[in-house]
Design a binder for this molecule. Structure first.
Ligand SMILES: Nc1ccn([C@@H]2O[C@H](COP(=O)(O)OP(=O)(O)OP(=O)(O)O)[C@@H](O)[C@H]2O)c(=O)n1
Length: 403
């Protein structure tokens, strides 16, 4: 199995081994390699302790040294290198309270969440798989390492991670895992909103998002999510009907999610879930425009005002809701192509011109005139040409024309 990211990481394993430490590639990289999925980052587990790792490599960052993790930058790539550890208690469910370094890889693998994430690979490509993760990959089954309820007690984020892996990998949870999700669903109240948001964002981006959401509902986890406990089960069920694959950004997926739940106070939801200001604005904008343009058709001015990128996003959202066909999108694209201007900056006149022509002092009236001119140009009632616009402005002014 040749893979460039793994080959590059093997150079780091080699340097650790040369210094007489054990070193393995672990976690998501091995899982994705076996599933033939893209590898984003490679995590390494080693018998070397953090200070030993730091002395071996030139560029290191002690990002999680208290948990035994050092980021090693090697050949322009960053690796999380973590000392073999076993942990039991998770303080505030964010980080393990008692990190104990251990000498064996097997003990390190025993602390991991799911069997598919508990496979290690050495530099020769030999897999160390004490929990039969490969067999679970074959069967497409998500199973915990050891007792699921204990794994969830240690870190309730794993409850959401389970649904996220179902959404990303199209796996099914085994009976014990599903039962433990149900039994421990209330534990997710202890998680920080930021962690929940991150995990749910990954879930919604999964190819089988609806399957992951379905699992959250079937196990009662969904209504434990922040601000979702008062939703009616019928309304909740709408979220699984959405085809999130039609969406092409996190903002679109979140907009689809919130629209399907018919959340009344979207702003309060976005604030409580700690969306960044940028994402908050984008999601709110999409929700607002989606509601308008499922009732109204596109015209040139609407396309101009919303912007073609957002028009496309709204049309994707409509598809996610199984609404209307390609027609509306094609109309909007045609309007966009014919638009005489695509932004106010392209107008051939500005505020100074208006002041001169009308002999007036600056004030809010300038903005009002610019909007009128812009609308007339976009709607094709006026040519974007200084002389034409001047004539139009003067004649409107003379007639004291109200707009
Ligand atoms: N709550 C958690 C988080 C992580 N892990 C272990 O740490 C590894 C790395 O975690 P992380 O990078 O968060 O996730 P990945 O499984 O690598 O998946 P992805 O990178 O796709 O998020 C996991 O594979 C798993 O073995 C765990 O046991 N419990």
């Amino acid at each position: 199995m040749k893979n460039r990211a793994i080959e590059q990481a093997n150079a780091v394993l080699y340097l650790l081994e040369r210094a007489h430490y054990q070193a393995y590639i672990v976690g998501g990289a091995v899982r994705n390699l076996l599933l033939d999925l893209p590898i984003h980052d490679v995590d390494i587990a080693t018998s070397a302790e953090p200070d030993e790792v730091m002395s071996l490599f030139q560029v290191t960052f002690p990002v999680g040294i208290e948990h035994g993790t050092v980021v090693v930058r090697y050949d322009h790539v960053d690796y999380e290198v973590t000392t073999f550890r076993s942990e039991s208690e998770y303080k505030d469910f964010r980080h393990p309270e008692q990190v104990r370094f251990v000498t064996s890889l097997e003990k390190d693998l025993a602390r991991r969440d799911f069997t598919v994430n508990a496979i290690a690979m050495n530099r020769e490509g030999t897999l160390i798989d004490p929990y039969n993760g490969q067999a679970d990959i074959q069967r497409q089954v998500l199973r915990s390492v050891g007792k699921a309820s204990e794994r969830f007690e240690e870190d309730p984020l794993r409850i959401l991670r389970a649904a996220r892996f179902v959404a990303q990998l199209n796996f099914s949870p085994d009976v014990e895992l599903k039962q433990a999700m149900q039994a421990k669903n209330f534990r997710i109240r202890k998680l920080s909103v930021e962690r929940i948001y991150q995990e749910m964002t990954k879930l919604l981006a999964g190819r089988w998002a609806a399957k992951g959401l379905h699992l959250l509902m079937a196990t009662g986890v969904f209504s434990e999510l922040p601000l979702l406990c008062h939703q009616s089960p019928k309304q909740n069920h709408e979220v699984v009907k959405i085809d999130y694959r039609e969406c092409s950004s996190d903002a679109e997926r979140w907009a689809a999610f919130l629209l399907s739940l018919d959340i009344k106070d979207v702003k309060a939801f976005l604030k409580a879930w700690r969306f960044s200001r940028k994402n908050e604005n984008q999601v709110q904008f999409l929700i607002k425009q989606f509601k308008v343009f499922t009732k109204k058709e596109w015209d040139a001015y609407a396309v101009y005002q919303v912007g073609i990128e957002n028009v496309r996003a709204i049309e994707r959202l409509k598809k996610a809701f199984h609404l209307r066909g390609e027609g509306q999108k094609q109309c909007a694209e045609a309007y966009n192509e014919r638009l005489p201007i695509h932004s106010r900056k392209e107008l051939k006149v500005n505020g100074n011109d208006l002041q001169q022509w009308l002999g007036r002092k600056p004030g809010p009236w300038i903005q009002e005139w610019i909007i009128r001119i812009e609308a007339a140009v976009v709607k094709g009632q006026l040519v974007n040409d200084r002389v034409a616009i001047k004539g139009w402005v003067e004649s409107c002014h003379k007639q004291k024309k109200k707009f």
